[in-house]
Structure formats: C-alpha cells, structure tokens
Design a protein around this ligand. Structure first.
Ligand code: NAD
Length: 349
C-alpha cells in the first residue's frame, strides 16, 4: 500500500485534473479538497474519487471550468446553477457567497442545482466559522441514486443525504458535525469493496431486505440498500432527517427530490449561514459553547471508552497524525487512479 505526504499527493492530483481539462485553480481546489478528506481520515471522500470524477469528465457529465450562474437572488438568498461543473468548486464559491450575504444580512441561505458531487461536506462550514458564523450544509442526490432504504423499506429510495454543521469555538478548531443521515456513507461501503473486506453488521440489507455484511450487495443487481441512521432499532429518526435534507436540498435548490425517473446524479445543495454577532456577542457565545463542551466531556465514561470526543475532534487528530506520517492509499485505489490518469495522458507511476 503506497503512502504519500499530503503535498506530494496533492501535486499528483492537481496534475491529473489539469490533464483532464481543468484550469490550474480548479485543479487545485478539487485536489486540495480530496487530499484534505484523506488527511482527516475520510478516505471515502479522498483521492478514491479521482477515477469517478475522471470518468464523469470523459462521459460529459462533469464539465471542467463550468460557469456558476446566479438564477435567483435576494440580499439574503441565492439559487445557483453550477452547469454540471465540479461540485467542490461550486460549493466553495456558494459558501463564500453565503458568508458575504450573512455579513450584511445576519442570516443567509444558498441553494445549488446542476452540481456534481461536492465531496466531504465538512470542508465548507469552516469558511464561515473562520468569520465567526455558524454554517450548515446539506445535500441530496439531485433526485437520483436510490441507495438508502426508507424506514421499513426493503429497497433504496433516497441517498445518504448528509448534513454538516460548523460552529466557531474559543479554541480555534470549530465544532464540526459532518454525518450522513444513513448508517454509513456510501463511499465507506466502496472502500470496503475495494479492500475486499466485509462491512460491519447493521450497515446493509440485501435485495431481499435481509441483513448482510457483503459490500457487493450494494453494487450488484438486484441491489440491496443502506439502512437509515438508527438502523433497525431507530431508523425512523435517520429517515425523517433524510426527508428534511431531501426537501431543503432538492426542492429549494431546484435540483429536484428523489424521483424514479431522475436522470442525473450529483448533489442538490442547501447552505444556511447564521452571523453570531446578530444574535449575541461572539465572546459570550464562545464562552457558552466552551462551557457546554467542558460539561459534556466531564461525564463519567461507559465501559470501553477512554474519552468523550466532540464532533470534529477525531478528524483534527487524524489530520495531525497523517500530516506527520503520510496518507496511505490502498493498492486497488492507487491502481484505479494510475489507470484513469493514463486515459488523459497523465503519467503518475
Ligand atoms: P462518520 O460516521 O464518520 O461521522 C463523522 C462525524 O462524526 C464527524 O463529525 C466526526 O467528528 C464525528 N465523530 C466520529 N467519531 C466520533 C466520536 N467517537 N465521538 C464524537 N464524534 C465523533 O461520517 P459519515 O456519515 O460516514 O460521512 C462521512 C463523510 O461522507 C462526511 O464527510 C460526509 O460529508 C460525506 N458524505 C458526502 C456525501 C455527498 O454526496 N457529497 C454523501 C454522504 C456522505
């Protein structure tokens, strides 16, 4: 299994995206996003996506250097058409726009449609937390890709409909919740498939609605499904959350909600930004959050736990470790990256 320093992996990824037609800036934004996901331990949203993105460029479903158009706007809101460009570029610009609007309007919301996969949602709220704002980002599958079963269903109707929320703290690292509303993100099933490993019990059901640990259940026909967050015990909660995400990201953004005849995969995106100073002094807010963090961390521990972590802490620690030790890329993923790059005439190994 090859291991890369982040800068070296990013240089390779940037070269690949440039070779596939992206401007140097676009190639940098997309590759930085993917390598940061690896650095933070979310390999499912890291360079494993390069072959998928290049295949989309090849078949015309991802358009390098696509313009981001404003189709409707008020001082506090906007709906953007990403013209099927790279999702990472559209989402970054959309968050910058939402932050600029919240700076003058206190609260802002932005939707994006015709947008490809935006990757790790947790990448975007820090653009707001750095400006003392709270940000929420959520996405649907642009109406297509029905991988997640509704609670009680034996087949997929939704995608993994994730939500990320970033909250500024006094320590500098934001509180960063970044979760799919399914038991697991699809990319993590893909990582298991690439490694030839079984998935844990409770992630998947097969095409007959029976529990399975075989990741191929999600990639064969007829297809199984991922369970909603809460699984067989409390899946109604994940399912309910997923429906809210579906409506905000699909209907408000004009991307469309899950639909049997939806033709295009991608992310319908919804972002909400709250300017803390419009509600309470930032220092008072941060004191309150620090008090909350200390209080929850002070709970006696359950057996098997050594510490209570806040959302965002595992990623910050993995980032520190991988920045020092490097990023491991499994052999199958590396083989696919090399092969995909070669198709665009880029030699990486
Ligand atoms: P996950 O189950 O790994 O959970 C991650 C979240 O839980 C983070 O906020 C993390 O800090 C927190 N966390 C993890 N362990 C913790 C612990 N012990 N104590 C406290 N908090 C802890 O995430 P996931 O649902 O598998 O999603 C993985 C990634 O996939 C996310 O980055 C998400 O944005 C991304 N995703 C993207 C799409 C898309 O279409 N673009 C779809 C689904 C998921």
């Amino acid at each position: 299994m090859p291991t890369f320093q982040a800068a070296a992996l990013q240089e390779i990824a940037t070269r690949i995206f440039e070779g596939a037609g992206s401007s140097p800036e676009e190639a940098r934004i997309v590759s930085e996003h993917l390598v940061t996901a690896n650095l933070m331990g979310h390999d499912s949203h890291g360079v494993i996506r390069i072959p998928q993105y290049l295949a989309s460029v090849k078949n015309g479903t991802c358009v390098p250097n696509a313009p981001l158009e404003v189709v409707q706007e008020t001082p506090a809101t906007a709906v953007l058409n990403a013209n099927w460009g790279y999702g990472q570029v559209a989402a970054r610009r959309a968050m910058e726009l939402a932050v600029a609007k919240a700076a003058t309007q206190a609260v802002s919301a932005v939707g994006i449609h015709h947008c490809n996969h935006i990757g790790r949602l947790g990448a975007y709220p820090p653009l707001a937390t750095a400006r003392e704002m709270i940000a929420m980002v959520m996405v649907n599958g642009h109406g297509k890709g029905h991988l997640v079963a509704p609670y009680g269903g034996a087949e997929g109707r939704l995608v993994t409909n994730p939500i990320a929320v970033g909250i500024p703290t006094a320590q500098g690292e934001p509180l960063l919740l970044d979760v799919a509303t399914s038991v697991v993100a699809e990319g993590k099933v893909r990582v298991k498939r690439n490694r030839g490993e079984p998935v844990p019990e409770g992630w998947l059901v097969d095409a007959n609605g029976l529990p399975t640990t075989d990741p191929m259940a999600l990639y064969s026909s007829p297809r199984g499904a991922i369970l909603p967050l809460g699984g067989l015990i409390a899946g109604h909660k994940g399912f309910g959350l997923a429906l809210v995400v579906e409506v905000l990201s699909g209907a408000l953004s004009r991307a469309g909600c899950a639909h049997p005849e939806a033709t295009r995969n991608g992310n319908g995106v919804f972002m909400l930004v709250l300017n803390i100073a419009a509600f309470t002094p930032v220092a008072t807010f941060k004191q309150e959050v620090a008090q909350l963090a200390a209080y929850v961390k002070s709970a006696r521990l359950m057996q098997g736990f050594s510490e209570i972590l806040l959302p965002g802490e595992p990623e910050a620690r993995t980032r520190e470790r991988r920045a020092a030790e490097g990023i491991p890329v499994d052999d199958e993923t590396w083989r696919q990256i090399v092969a995909a790059a070669k198709e665009f005439g880029v030699q990486v190994a």
